[in-house]
Design a protein around this ligand. Structure first.
Ligand code: MG
Length: 346
């Protein structure tokens, strides 16, 4: 089992990674908290698999909110429902909220915890690969508005993150592959050995080590830039064009991982056009091996239009993450019109 700590401005996250960590949740909770009650937030996919197993570990009162699975429920109405359940359960600031699920559950339970009574401690137990390597660590919480994704939220560190790679065995293959896009991203931006690890045909046997390497990078980056004002941007490799494609597909045609895969392949080609070494061939080979798409599915002009409305745009330049060598990312500011021309040429 691995143990990492992330020192945030307000609290320290203890992050445990390993096969079987889930079964020791009560022990880890008792080491860190002294709650009278625990409230678990989960969804309709995860509840039948793991909710009872989790609740039964605690000798104290445990209540839960089970949300219908799906991003379409990541909204303020669902948050209001969580608040109502927290009130009914009599949760106080000394108690604990546990997020048991993928990214949507983590974002919403984290946001409810950040805001209910101005802050109740939260423990993240991510059940998807994407949530394990990305969203459960770093303290970004929030919900979507009808006007756009993640427009309301808070930075609020989970004090405990329990990442059990055994939980990945119940994931549908497509959901697992979705998370692999973020795994490959970490290899591109910071640690090329991750790419070697995932290139092995039996890589799943080493999934705990792979998840650990990814989470270590996320921990390091977040610790240096908790509130996303600089370095944390490198975690967005592949996400600028990725978000544009996700938006053009109304968040239905492409999963997040698929969109990021397309975005990384495009960013590699774009960087080669700027004169950097062409990493696209190897990157595309790895992405394809993990059943991820690599071709832009929309017209270049449409992609540029969607990208312009992305919230990361600043004035007349846009920061874009590029990788010159595997394991090394840089932030490259593009003049908007220059970027336009490069995207048309992809
Ligand atoms: Mg992402």
């Amino acid at each position: 089992m691995y143990h990492l700590t992330l020192k945030g401005s307000v609290s320290t996250s203890d992050i445990y990674i390993g096969a079987g960590v889930f079964g020791e949740t009560a022990k880890h909770v008792a080491e860190k908290f002294h709650p009278s009650r625990i409230h678990i937030v989960t969804d309709s996919h995860v509840a039948p698999l793991y909710l009872e197993q989790l609740s039964a570990q605690f000798p104290i009162a445990v209540t839960s909110t089970v949300i219908p699975a799906g991003e379409e429920h990541k909204n303020l109405d669902t948050i209001a429902g969580i608040y109502a359940d927290l009130c009914a359960a009599g949760i106080t600031r000394k108690d604990l909220i546990i997020a048991l699920g993928g990214g949507v559950i983590g974002d919403m339970a984290g946001f409810a915890a950040a805001t209910f009574l101005r802050g109740v401690s939260v423990c993240q137990i991510p059940t998807t690969l994407l949530a394990q390597v990305d969203s459960s660590v770093g303290g970004k919480t929030g919900v979507d508005l009808p006007q756009g994704k993640n427009l309301v939220g808070a930075f609020y560190q989970p004090e405990l993150v329990l990442i059990d790679t055994d939980l990945l065995s119940t994931l549908p293959d497509s959901t697992f592959c979705d998370g692999m896009a973020e795994v490959i991203k970490y290899g591109c931006i910071q640690n090329a050995s991750i790419l070697d690890m995932v290139a092995e045909s039996n890589f799943k046997e080493n999934i705990t080590d792979i998840v650990y390497e990814c989470v270590s990078i996320k921990r390091d980056v977040v610790q240096q830039d908790e509130h996303d004002t600089g370095l944390r941007m490198i975690l967005n490799f592949g996400h600028t064009i990725g978000h544009a494609c996700e938006k053009l597909g109304n968040y239905v045609d492409l999963t997040h991982g698929q969109a990021v895969a397309i975005g990384m392949a495009a960013a590699a080609k774009l960087n080669a056009a700027l004169g950097a070494p062409d990493l696209s061939e190897r990157l595309i080979e790895i992405l394809k091996a993990h059943h991820l798409p690599t071709e832009l599915p929309y017209a270049r002009e449409e992609i540029y239009g969607a990208l312009l409305s992305d919230k990361k745009k600043m004035a007349n330049t846009m920061n874009f993450i590029l990788v010159d060598r595997f394991g090394e990312a840089k932030i490259h500011p593009f003049a908007i019109e220059e970027l336009h021309q490069h995207i048309l040429a992809l």
